[in-house]
Design a binder for this molecule. Sequence first.
Ligand SMILES: CC(C)(COP(=O)(O)OP(=O)(O)OC[C@H]1O[C@@H](n2cnc3c(N)ncnc32)[C@H](O)[C@@H]1OP(=O)(O)O)[C@@H](O)C(=O)NCCC(=O)NCCS
Length: 277
Amino acid sequence: MTELKNKIEQLYESNASITEFDIEPIQHELISNLNIGKIRAAEKHNGIWKVNEWVKKGILLMFKYGKLKDWSMENGFTYFDKNTLPVHPFTLEDSVRIVPGGSSVRTGSFIAKGVICMPPMYINIGAYIDENTMIDSHALVGTCAQIGKGVHLSAASQIGGVLEPPGARPVIVEDDVMIGGNCGVYEGVLIRKRAVLGSGVIINSSTRVYDIVNEKILRADNGLPLEIPESAVVIPGARSIHTEFAKENGLSVSTAIIVKYRDEKTDARTAIEQALR
Ligand SMILES: CC(C)(COP(=O)(O)OP(=O)(O)OC[C@H]1O[C@@H](n2cnc3c(N)ncnc32)[C@H](O)[C@@H]1OP(=O)(O)O)[C@@H](O)C(=O)NCCC(=O)NCCS
């Protein structure tokens, strides 16, 4: 992959005028390797997540230099997108269930065996979704998001995309996490394995998370986005604002609260319905 990496870095830094003919040689290699999960926008080494900046730069090149193309099919289905960004190619052997009805999976994303995609849902370029994850209706897996094994992305949960700057960490959701209905996870937040976001939790890198079990406040730190600890059960909360004006008007801002760490009751509430798989 070193050669591909070097070519992408060169093109990305180049001030010369770049055309689709410069992009073509890297397009196939980049997209096909993203499609099979051989390259990823971020990877875990010895417990630490590292961003592969060159992969994100490659994706940015696809957006920037792709030309609008008519991808319409003879059966009357019409759509128009950049020539560098068609839909993901699937075959029956991929063992991915895509229930019909308004879902779309952009090429340059990896969807492992056993993943279930309920309509309508959308998976963007650079996303990596590991085995047996469920993506429920109205869920979004944004650009470069890294989703682990056995994750449940409930209905209307939004996993934000992080493409720029190329060095910025994407949103990462580790194995066996449950993201409840109507949750939103943005700006490179990392959800460690087996954590649970109760319905309606919205977090980004500005959100303060109050861990009432360990009596700690968690925040983004040292340039690293917010991290939710392993097995934490997070619910939506509010904290009061202490300025005179805010006090007079009884104002508060939303926050997130770690109310407990996973126990048998949580496991029972979040158990994956095997019958549906
Ligand atoms: C978090 C969740 C899994 C419950 O886990 P649990 O371990 O059984 O937690 P408990 O029910 O014991 O709740 C612990 C405390 O948090 C509160 N709480 C839990 N979830 C909450 C939520 N989403 N909003 C507000 N409070 C919540 C409970 O009221 C309880 O407070 P209390 O101790 O003062 O009574 C569940 O509340 C939840 O949000 N599930 C997701 C459901 C969902 O979105 N499904 C998707 C369908 S598509």
